[in-house]
Design a protein around this ligand. Sequence first.
Ligand SMILES: Nc1ncnc2c1ncn2[C@@H]1O[C@H](COP(=O)(O)OP(=O)(O)OP(=O)(O)O)[C@@H](O)[C@H]1O
Ligand SMILES: [Mg+2]
Length: 425
Amino acid sequence: MSEADHLWDNLDLVFSRWGISEIPFTESAPTTLRQAAQLREVFTGRIQELETALTAFRGRERRRLLVYGWYGIGKTAFILELLSLLRRKARDTLATYISLPREAEDLATFALVALAREMEDDEWAQHVLQQMGLRPRRRPVEKRTEVDAKFVKTSEETVPVSPPQFPTLSFEDLLGRALEKYKRVVIAIDDLDKQAPSRVREMLRSAQGLLKGEASFILTSHPAGLTRDILTRDLGLIDTAIQLETLDNATTYRMLVNYLNSARPEHARRDPDDPRAVMPFTPETAHALCERSEGVPRYLNRLGSYVLTKAALLRADRITPEVLRQGLEYTDSQLRSQHLTSEDYYVLELVLGKGSVSDETVTLDDLERLKVKEFNEIMPILEKLVQLDLLRRLPTEGAAEFGPSPLLLGKSEKPSQEKSSGEGA
Ligand SMILES: Nc1ncnc2c1ncn2[C@@H]1O[C@H](COP(=O)(O)OP(=O)(O)OP(=O)(O)O)[C@@H](O)[C@H]1O
Ligand SMILES: [Mg+2]
């Protein structure tokens, strides 16, 4: 047996002792409705918010729902859970989802794509997708059959790829066809704020007609996002706004239990009072992990994933407080080794050095060292560092303030310079 085989078997042994088949945590929610089944197994909490949303969709009127909350709080997971519920329970509703790509320029095109993708039996919808160079679920094949003396030749035409010329009209057309079959059509457009702010403004302004039309919309944004202001204040488009806040410790603990159990389907133990429900964690380290996550689902996922990886490298039987400590060190070092440019790095160091940074606390000296004139110029870098879970936005009213994320070790937690023992296998 080769050394690599040994390694594999050893890892197998670790996981079988832990009673889980794999590391169940994921950094991001799934990106299509079809993958939402996995999410169903682990989705935890948000009962009140779901109730608000579901009640809104019980009315006759079309709805425009805004789901807002900070990075990694669970906006995508929430709307996918909501849509998958609608799909299972509300037969008269057609629920669609699309995550807006960064380079998107108009909403109508993407609303059109979201809708067309779910209209599998509609040939025209499938044709529209194909024309845009997107894979239709059912291919409207254009076959040409030529018969000559000996052969029957069938060739498939490639349709030239082109974006719709009048996306809003195409969308309305398709929506009309959908509304012949369904009482309600819901279009969820996720990740609006991941665009450049000027583009978001432009996009939303020109999509007013679309958003006020016959479909219901679900949009997501960050609490202090420009998107939210435009939608609610400038355009007054939103009729129901749902804020996702951090989860309490008990819910976070149940979430941890659900994730771990999703990797041991046959021996699931879902009672949070049963210590075996959090294996390979002990109740003590499981609680510590949840506290560290501060009720942010993505923090829990990232921490869980790094800590289990480290524990597997250590061949640990259980996540004892010492294994957890090493797992947290490992998390810190992994996060810092994500790809950063030198500018990103300087900004990170500035925030870590000062403890927190905002337009009000940044000094001219700081800015000069970063070779910028205004605080605003480093905002995109700060946002990027937040997305990488290195920094977080502090819940300060008004000015944007940034501090280190709880996934990084605090100054007092830093290991002393001598190499910690037990590194590696
Ligand atoms: N209620 C929940 N139950 C279980 N897992 C959740 C829940 N909410 C979020 N998650 C998980 O936490 C991670 C982060 O959530 P998600 O991607 O939905 O956050 P987000 O708010 O959409 O983030 P971003 O601002 O980056 O788009 C994902 O792995 C997701 O599946
Ligand atoms: Mg998201």
